[in-house]
Design a protein around this ligand. Structure first.
Ligand SMILES: Nc1ncnc2c1ncn2[C@@H]1O[C@H](COP(=O)(O)OP(=O)(O)O)[C@@H](O)[C@H]1O
Ligand SMILES: [Mg+2]
Length: 226
């Protein structure tokens, strides 16, 4: 199997009220192509911090992250932004849709940083159809329910056909039915597009849907259940 993501002794320190606190403690991970991995841990255990580093959003850490064969520390800001837009899709817990543009434009946002602009409209439409929002392309985020907004966020994360998708508690703000739909969509994306999925969750029943669970406690990986 191809290695897609490797982290080597990631440490993250923050200073809070003059005290140096280590919120990630030497995290080593390996994630392979087409895997659906859940990173599970209690609130405050360091999941979002870890995901931000793996996804190349947070560059303030010690250790190494290799994504698709590239040490992302070697990239400057522009190169990193480009690399991320081309290869990585990110789904946040709080959707992070842009409120002032309609949803098809929201889905197309990552395309502004890539060369795929021409085919963008068709692609965005196809993705909105795939997530069950056909006919709603012109609506604005505020006109959609929470579950629908999260589905737009998933379409946006997939529009560039990323190799790796990172999702931070993507169902956290949703009811059970919508939550299950989001997981189903992620799995479909993986089957159709050979994506690797790394999903953070504190919900055991969600983690059981993944191929593999990595548990984090107090900033440390505590076990790797196969
Ligand atoms: N920038 C920061 N400054 C200080 N503390 C932080 C910062 N980011 C995260 N933390 C702390 O690190 C711990 C892990 O945070 P986080 O990764 O958000 O946890 P999780 O996503 O598992 O709930 C928490 O105790 C949080 O308060
Ligand atoms: Mg979190």
């Amino acid at each position: 199997m191809n290695l897609v993501l490797r982290s080597d002794k990631i440490c993250k320190r923050v200073i809070v009220e003059n005290t140096n606190t280590e919120i990630l403690k030497s995290v080593d991970l390996e994630i392979f192509q087409d895997e659906f991995v859940a990173i599970m841990g209690a609130s405050g255990s360091g999941k979002s911090t870890l995901l931000g580093i793996l996804a190349g959003v947070d560059s303030e850490y010690e250790g190494n992250v290799n994504v698709l064969g590239k040490d992302i520390k070697d990239l400057d800001d522009d190169q990193l932004t480009q690399f991320r837009n081309k290869n990585i899709g990110i789904i946040f817990q709080a959707f992070n849709l842009l409120p002032d543009i309609n949803i098809i434009e929201n889905v197309k946002v990552p395309l502004y940083f890539s060369n795929n602009k021409l085919s963008g409209n068709e692609k965005a439409k196809e993705l909105l159809r795939m997530v069950g929002l056909e006919g709603k392309e012109k609506l604005f985020p505020r006109q959609l329910s929470g579950g629908e907004q999260q589905r737009v966020a998933i379409a946006r994360a997939l529009v560039n056909s990323p190799s790796v998708v990172f999702a931070d508690e993507p169902t956290g703000a949703l009811d059970k039915v919508n939550g299950e739909m989001i997981i189903k969509l992620l799995k479909e994306g993986r089957e159709k597009k050979n994506m690797t999925i790394v999903m953070v969750t504190h919900d055991y029943s969600l983690a059981t849907q993944a191929d593999r669970t990595i548990c984090i406690e107090d900033g440390k990986i505590i076990n790797k259940k196969e």
